[in-house]
Structure formats: C-alpha cells, structure tokens
Write a protein that binds this ligand. Structure first.
Ligand SMILES: [Zn+2]
Length: 223
C-alpha cells in the first residue's frame, strides 16, 4: 500500500493558509481507545473530527468484543495541532509543513515507548488499532520505513487507501443536517464507502449531483 497525501498547495487550500486560519477551524475531538474514564480531547481540524471519532469508536467496539486490547492514553504525551515544518529522521527540519500544521495529524503516547526511527519500539495495537484508523482514512506513521518510521503518528490521508469509510455531515439543497454519501444512490444518514472523486469534491466544498438532487460536500460542525 502506497502513501499518498495531498500536495502542500492542496493542503493549504483545503485546511488553511496560515497558523491562524487553521487555528480558527480547530474543534475538540474526543479520543478513547477502550479504557474506561481514559478519554482525552485533542484540537483537530473540523473536517476530520467525525472520521477520527468514528475510528476510535470502531476500535472500542473491537475491545468490547474481545478482539483487541484496550489502549491507555497518556494525556501529557498525546498531541495534534502544531504549525511547524516536518522533522527529518536526522533531527533537522524539512522545508514542507508537517500534517500537524493543518490539525490533521495526531500523536499518541509519544513517550514510552512510541519513539521515532527505524528501531523505535511501539506499543500501538497493530494491526487492530491501525486497521480501525485506516478504515476512516488515517495513515499510520509506523508504516513509514527507516528513520521516518513514526509509530506515535496518525494522519488523515484518505488518498492512501483504495477504500475508506467516510462519515461526514453535509448540507443538501432543501434540507440540512444529514450524514450522506454523495453518490448516485440516495443520500441518507449512514456510513459509506470512500470514493476518490467524491472526496476530492468534498475537500473543495463543491456540489455533487446525487440521486436525490445536489449535495454540498462542505463540512458542517460535526454533531
Ligand atoms: Zn506526529
């Protein structure tokens, strides 16, 4: 599976052109991975909150069914938004913005033991947690090779996946506040398969024709 993210130009256009523009679009996402009372809040770009929380819920359901271990989060060692350039494996700073700049990347338990680098240890439940996150469009940094390997890191990169389940709230002409798939099929509340063309349009906030008229694929505040 290859890694594919939007270009810097697309990222700036989609998520905000400056630290302040991104900051103005941050909302609080609740993250709990199956340990009772261990819920943390992280500021993320409003366009990924729904998908991120859905990924966590998907994992919690696995924990409930006994298919995955509950994963305890250390609040002090979890992070998200940070307007900065990427860090290279050698510790130097790269010339492009990190996905943390756009509020679309999170780090879980950066200390003990999810370090960065080729031989970094990781206690991220893999593959169960990674699969839950991938299902909703999040790439795991533990899959980068060599010194770039970054097991604490998850970022929203739906183009990396052939199929991503996407949950998003849209406005429909003549009606608002629905979860919908922008496709030829009826738009109704639910969780639907990812479609690359629709995703591109959603990111741009344009109108997509569906069997039930036009769906504006612009994010509202997730409920
Ligand atoms: Zn990170």
């Amino acid at each position: 599976m290859g890694y594919k993210q939007y270009s810097q130009a697309q990222l700036l256009k989609t998520y905000g052109k400056s630290a302040d523009k991104v900051r103005a679009q941050l909302v609080s996402a609740k993250i709990n991975l199956g340990v009772a009372g261990n819920t943390i809040s992280l500021p993320v770009h409003k366009s990924i909150k729904t998908s991120l929380e859905a990924a966590c819920k998907n994992y919690r359901n696995k924990v409930k069914r006994g298919e995955a271990p509950a994963y305890k989060l250390l609040p002090k060692y979890c992070g998200s938004f940070n307007w900065r350039n990427i860090k290279r494996p050698d510790g130097s700073t790269g010339s492009t913005l990190s996905m943390h700049s756009f509020g679309i990347a999170i780090d879980l338990n950066s200390w003990n033991p999810n370090g960065q680098g080729k031989n970094a240890k990781s206690d991220i439940p893999n593959p169960e947690l990674v699969k839950s996150f991938e299902r909703y469009g999040f790439f795991w940094g533990g899959k980068w090779s060599g010194g770039s390997r970054d097991p604490m890191h998850f970022e929203y990169a739906p183009l990396s996946f052939a199929e991503v389940v996407e949950v998003f709230k849209v406005t429909r002409k003549g009606g608002t506040g629905i979860y919908a798939k922008a496709s030829a099929k009826a738009a109704k509340p639910g969780v639907y398969a990812y479609n690359k063309t629709i995703e591109a349009k959603r990111q741009s906030g344009s109108w997509v024709k569906t069997g039930k008229g036009y769906v504006q694929t612009k994010f509202l505040k997730a409920s």
